[in-house]
Design a protein around this ligand. Sequence first.
Ligand SMILES: Nc1ncnc2c1ncn2[C@@H]1O[C@H](COP(=O)(O)OP(=O)(O)OP(=O)(O)O)[C@@H](O)[C@H]1O
Ligand SMILES: [Mg+2]
Length: 498
Amino acid sequence: MSVISGLGTVVATQDGPTPLEFDFVISELTARETIESGTFVQIEQKDELIIGVIQTLRRTNRYFSSTDMIHGSSLGMSVQSIYPSERWDYLIAKVKILGAYKNNMKFRSTKPVLPGSKVLYVKDKILRQFLGIDVDGLKIGKIRQSKIDANINIDRMLQKHLAILSISGGGKSYTTSVVIEEILRRHPSKGRPALVLFDVHGEYGGLKDIENSQYFKEIEIVKVDSENISMALGYMSVSDFSKIFPSMSNPQKRELSMIISSLKYKNEPMTVDSIISKIYETEMNPLVKEALLGWMNQLKSTYLFSNEEKPDLEKSLSPGKLLIIDLASITSLWKKRIILHYFLTRLFELRRNRIIPPVVSFIEEAHQFAPEVEASTTKSIIHTIAREGRKFLCSLVLISQRPVNLSTTALSQCNSHLILRILNPYDLNYIGKTSEGINQETLQMLTSLGVGEGLLVGEAVNYPVFIQIRQKLISAKYDDTSLAEEARRYEKQKINPV
Ligand SMILES: Nc1ncnc2c1ncn2[C@@H]1O[C@H](COP(=O)(O)OP(=O)(O)OP(=O)(O)O)[C@@H](O)[C@H]1O
Ligand SMILES: [Mg+2]
């Protein structure tokens, strides 16, 4: 009797094999227990190596497929006691073919595989090569259903922007911290960009501890709270003011532009007060004057502007340095958008003129800053960087729990998507449309992802891969505080106040 070796054998069904997919029967005992969808498999055929990924698994047993048999057994003896039913328990796997190798060259498979072919697990070395894993890449976790590290090439993942998407609590901020840790951990000889993180909810305070850790060398983390943020009016153009006040009319823009130019020309300090005084002094249509004074007083009430930039971007950004702009204490979305608009515009300008190192900006709650339908001060700069940032090495990482509300323009310019758990059918549908290479089966798998599991698609890897995101090297003290734990701590503090 010949014994089946390998994982299983390709079967001929009504639907295949085709050049795109095939089914195979998994008879191997251990594999029957351990194999999962997402596993990479290979078939050696003549001088070609066909590589595919298991999409679905179906279990079957001929002794349990007849209703008569089940009914009969319920009247008397069980099926197992009469027939060797266990021996007929096996799995049928549907495999999507990803590509083929011939003479070490990768190409698209054009012929169906032979029924009866032996199916094997893909060897690690080949899988690494096939997926485009880079030994010098960012080690964000492990490729699921394999033993290989998910070392993702930094250029491929970040240069053309990355989106990190999931439901709330799906692990976006955790994963973002892992990506940041990896960039900071890189050896300077491999190239480290500067990092800017817009921390909308103050979730990243714990990253500061990295500085004292043995894992990180020659790095710096600077956290700036909202009280210490100041935007320099001298760096702002009329176009920036009109983003903040979208209803500013053309005559208002003209007058403001002249006032700004005259203050700059005379080298006078640019403060909201100096602009206001200049508006008072200048002869202009009283309605225009009134409107400009109104806008400027609104700016003044934010206490966010002066003639100084804090943090000073030119001085604050260097390779291996993370600048956290903590916006947690600001409740007004309008103010948060003004801050993001200012700093992103400045970063892009500084990068265009090669004044700062290549920079990656992480934007939490990206759907609030580049919403799909609503107007927003920040939308146009995010779109500009999304479109042109690649050329100037000014990258974005957009983090969002509502992809469906995130601007399609911004999302489609993110060439890599790291998608963690998603449940909302609208979001799933949207992701299916905006992320290349995701089919219906993969999309469904997103709903059942566990903690720390994600799907990486797009430019970063040659084929969509499921990744188990690694644990953070440094976990913040408050990372995993539960509701009950915090309530207990609060009550104890009330009883024994310090
Ligand atoms: N890779 C991982 N390994 C271990 N635990 C993880 C991992 N990813 C996420 N978690 C756990 O899941 C929790 C929620 O993750 P996180 O705060 O990053 O979610 P989120 O998507 O940012 O949520 P929100 O949208 O509400 O900000 C974390 O506190 C952590 O305990
Ligand atoms: Mg978060």
